[in-house]
Design a protein around this ligand. Structure first.
Ligand SMILES: [Zn+2]
Ligand SMILES: [Zn+2]
Length: 305
């Protein structure tokens, strides 16, 4: 590996609930249980610029399984971890619950916006992560400014990050709360070689962030739903994709149409809901996105930028 590139490990590619989802009997989940489609853990990505200090984008409820499945994240000393911290894109349970699972006396830096932090600190269970000074080191994640991610004791990582506001909504556990730009962000990570990862695992629209997506050499984009009415058609929910703050892949204003012509060399969908037909590699929907220059991110995928 060249010293200044970013190394990414895709830790999970499913939307909240995972794939299969424990209480879902849709045809995709049924086929995953039978081993006919590969199961997927909940969306998260690990990144390093020096092969030893790792940051994770979002803290998935599957984080402990993801660590065990990813050799570079294993401890290298009798007690410790190469994970220095997290960057949170919003306060949704499927993006933050993993923090609570890593409560075993290991200091972590947590980068998030003021809105996300305030929402987390309303939950008294978070106090399990404040048992000693410096267990969680909260770091602000400014919107628009590039920063270097630093470990809990200010260790340099060489990873440069820039957050950008993405259309979204407050977490479900804050019903009725007014939406603020810091509630939901995308993350751009830059390597010193000039390559850039843009990670936008949740966005209600592409138009407002297309300038950010244009900067990507590798793009990981919200692939939650294929169609606007996916849950309604399957009688699994009453809300449309956009009402759940996820732009659908298909359709006139969908991400395939709106991302036409983006220069990224690699365009991947992640955060895929268990109902999405692209989970089946032989589906016509999968064939269509491949024809249009996209692919589906896979758990365990390694990418160099
Ligand atoms: Zn999510
Ligand atoms: Zn399902």
């Amino acid at each position: 590996m060249s010293e200044m590139s970013l190394e990414l490990r895709v830790l999970g590619t499913a939307a909240g609930g995972g794939f299969p989802q424990w209480n879902c009997g849709c045809s995709n989940c049924a086929r995953a249980r039978l081993g006919e489609l590969p199961a997927r853990l909940q969306d998260s990505v690990a990144v390093t610029a020096n092969a030893s200090d790792w940051f994770l984008l979002n803290a998935s409820p599957d984080v402990t399984r993801q660590v065990e499945a990813t050799r570079p994240l294993w401890p290298r000393v009798r007690r410790g971890s190469p994970i220095r911290g997290f960057v949170l894109t919003n306060g949704d349970i499927d993006h933050v619950l993993g923090l609570l699972l890593l409560r075993e006396n290991h200091p972590l830096a947590v980068y998030c916006t003021a809105e996300v932090r305030a929402g987390l600190l309303e939950n008294p269970m978070l106090r399990t992560l404040m048992r000693f000074e410096g267990q969680l080191v909260w770091r602000s994640l400014p919107i628009g400014d590039e920063i270097e991610l630093l470990g809990p004791a200010d260790e340099r990582s060489g990873i440069r990050a820039r957050a950008f506001a993405a259309p979204g909504k407050p977490p479900l556990h804050f019903p009725g709360a007014a939406w603020a730009p810091g509630d939901n962000v995308g993350i751009e990570l830059a390597s010193e070689q000039g390559g850039r990862l843009v990670y936008a695992s949740g966005t209600a629209a592409v138009g407002p962030i297309v300038g950010d997506l244009e900067r990507a050499s590798v793009l990981l984009l919200d692939g939650t739903f294929w169609s606007e009415t996916e849950l309604i058609e399957r009688e699994l929910g009453a809300r449309s994709a956009r009402e759940m703050a996820h732009v659908p892949i298909s359709g006139r204003d969908g991400s395939l149409a709106r991302c036409e012509g983006l220069p990224a060399g690699r365009k991947l969908f992640t955060h895929i809901n268990n109902t999405n037909p692209i989970l089946d590699p032989r589906s016509p929907e999968r064939a269509e996105l491949v024809t249009r220059g996209w692919d589906v991110a896979e758990d365990g995928m390694r990418l160099l930028i």
